[in-house]
Design a protein around this ligand. Structure first.
Ligand SMILES: C[C@H](O)[C@H](O)[C@@H](O)[C@@H](O)C(=O)O
Ligand SMILES: [Mg+2]
Length: 397
C-alpha cells in the first residue's frame, strides 16, 4: 500500500469580518449577551451597562484560510481581528507554507516558541489557534475525513448540551440539560446587587423546577469574598456551578474559592486560559472542578489534545467554552467531556440559531438539546465559509 502523499501547504491568508459571530464578535443592540452583564469593568459605572462600551468587540472576528497546492482550502473562525491578521500573515505563515499539512505538531511548536517572547496567552494564542484549526480542517478535507475521526472517533453516539443565555426556562423547553445564566451584578453594586442576583436565580429556579441544571457565568467580575457569599446564598437554589468568578490570573483565589463554596457546588473556569502550561497551573493548584478551554483561544486542537490528557490524568472534566463545531468534534471523542456548551446567540435568547452566523454555512445546531455524531460526518469541521460576507485582508506577505 503506497503512503498517501498529501499536497503541501501553498498559502496562508488572514481576514477580518465585522458583524455577527459568537461571544466576542459583533452583536447588535439589545442582545442578551450585552445587557448589564457583570464584568471586571463594572466597577466603573460608565462601563457597567454594556460590554461593548469598554470594547469587548474591538478585535472582532479572525478568519484563517490555508490553501494546499491542489487548491483545497481549510479555514477556521476565531477572535482576533486585524492584529490577529498581522500575526498570522507576518509571523506564523512562514512555519506553514511549503510544509506538509500532517506536520501540525512541528508547526504548532514553531508557532508557539517563535512568538513566546510576546505571546503565551490572549491574542497571539488566538491567532495560533485559528491557524491550527484551519490546518485540521484542511487535513480533513484532503483526507475526506471529519476531524473527530482523526482524533480517535466518537466515544458516544451523540452530544448533549447545556445552553448559555439569559433564558434557561426556554432552554429547558428546547431540550437542553441545563442553563447557564450571565451574572448581572458585581461587587460594585454592593449588597443590593447581590440580592438582585439571588432573586434572579430564585425566580429562574421556580420556573425550571428542581432538576434542571442552573449555573452562573460570572465573567471574571468578582472577588473571592463576593463569590463566596454569592455561592453560599445561591446554594439553596441549587446552583450547579459558579463559572469564571474571578480573574484568570488569580490561581490562588480560585484555590481558596474552591475550598469556600458549599459542598456539592462546582467551581469552573478556563475559557480565558491558554496552553497546557496554563491549564497545568489550574490543575496543580486545584483551582476548579471543570476546565473550560475555548479551542479557538487555548491553542487549537493540537494543544487541546494535550490539555485534555492532563485533565484526564487529574480527574477533571473538560467542557470547552462554546465554539460550535470546533469543540463538538473534540468533545465527541473524549470520555472526560461528557457534555458540551451551546451558546445561544439569538438576541432573546428564545430560539436555537447557529453560533457563528453568518460566517459559517452548514453549521449544525442541537435538536432537542442533542446532536448525533453522524451530524459531524463531513470532511474537516464540516462547515464552509459564507463567501457572501464582506471579508477584509488587511495584510499580505
Ligand atoms: C456573558 C456571557 O454569559 C459570557 O460571555 C458567556 O457567553 C461565556 O463566558 C461562556 O461561558 O459562554
Ligand atoms: Mg464563561
Amino acid at each position: 500500500m503506497p503512503i498517501a502523499q498529501l499536497p503541501k501547504i501553498k498559502h496562508v491568508r488572514a481576514f477580518t469580518v465585522r458583524g455577527g459571530g459568537a461571544d466576542y464578535h459583533d452583536q447588535g443592540e439589545g442582545h442578551w449577551i450585552d445587557n448589564h452583564i457583570a464584568t471586571p469593568m463594572s466597577r466603573y459605572p460608565e462601563y457597567r451597562q454594556s460590554r461593548q462600551s469598554f470594547g469587548i468587540n474591538v478585535l472582532g472576528t479572525l478568519v484563517v484560510e490555508i490553501e494546499a497546492e491542489d487548491g483545497t482550502i481549510g479555514f477556521a473562525v476565531t477572535t482576533g481581528g486585524e492584529p490577529g491578521c498581522y500575526i498570522v500573515e507576518k509571523h506564523l505563515a512562514r512555519f506553514l507554507e511549503g510544509r506538509a499539512p500532517t506536520d501540525y505538531e512541528k508547526i504548532w511548536d514553531q508557532m508557539y516558541f517563535s512568538t513566546q517572547y510576546y505571546g503565551r496567552k490572549g491574542l497571539v494564542i488566538n491567532a495560533i489557534s485559528g491557524v491550527d484549526l484551519a490546518l485540521w480542517d484542511l487535513l480533513g478535507k484532503l483526507r475526506g475525513e471529519p476531524v473527530y475521526h482523526m482524533l480517535g472517533g466518537a466515544v458516544r453516539d451523540e452530544l448533549q448540551f447545556y445552553a448559555t443565555g439569559a433564558r434557561p426556562d426556554v432552554a429547558r423547553e428546547l431540550g437542553f440539560i441545563g442553563g447557564k445564566m450571565p451574572l448581572h451584578h458585581g461587587p460594585a453594586e454592593g449588597l443590593e446587587g447581590l440580592h438582585k442576583n439571588i432573586a434572579e436565580l430564585a425566580d429562574m429556579r421556580a420556573k425550571v423546577g428542581d432538576d434542571f441544571w442552573l449555573m452562573w457565568d460570572c465573567w471574571m467580575a468578582l472577588d473571592v469574598d463576593y463569590a463566596t457569599r454569592l455561592a453560599i446564598a445561591a446554594h439553596e437554589h441549587g446552583l450547579k456551578w459558579i463559572e469564571e468568578a474571578i480573574s484568570p490570573d488569580d490561581y490562588w483565589g480560585y484555590a481558596q474559592l474552591k475550598k469556600n463554596v458549599p459542598t456539592g457546588m462546582l467551581v469552573t473556569t478556563g475559557e480565558h486560559e491558554a496552553t497546557r502550561w496554563g491549564f497545568r497551573m489550574l490543575m496543580e493548584m486545584d483551582c476548579c472542578d471543570i476546565i473550560q478551554p475555548d479551542v479557538g483561544w487555548c491553542g487549537g486542537v493540537t494543544e487541546l489534545l494535550k490539555i485534555s490528557a492532563l485533565a484526564d490524568a487529574n480527574g477533571k472534566l473538560v467542557v470547552p467554552h462554546g465554539s460550535s463545531v470546533y469543540s463538538y468534534h473534540f468533545v465527541i471523542t473524549r470520555h472526560n467531556s461528557p457534555f458540551a456548551e451551546f451558546l445561544m446567540m439569538h438576541p432573546g435568547p428564545t430560539e436555537v440559531v447557529p453560533m457563528f452566523s453568518p460566517q459559517l454555512l452548514g453549521e449544525p445546531v442541537p435538536e432537542n438539546g442533542r446532536l448525533r455524531a453522524s451530524a459531524l460526518d463531513q470532511p474537516g469541521f464540516g462547515v464552509e465559509l459564507n463567501r457572501e460576507i464582506a471579508m477584509h485582508r488587511p495584510y499580505t506577505h
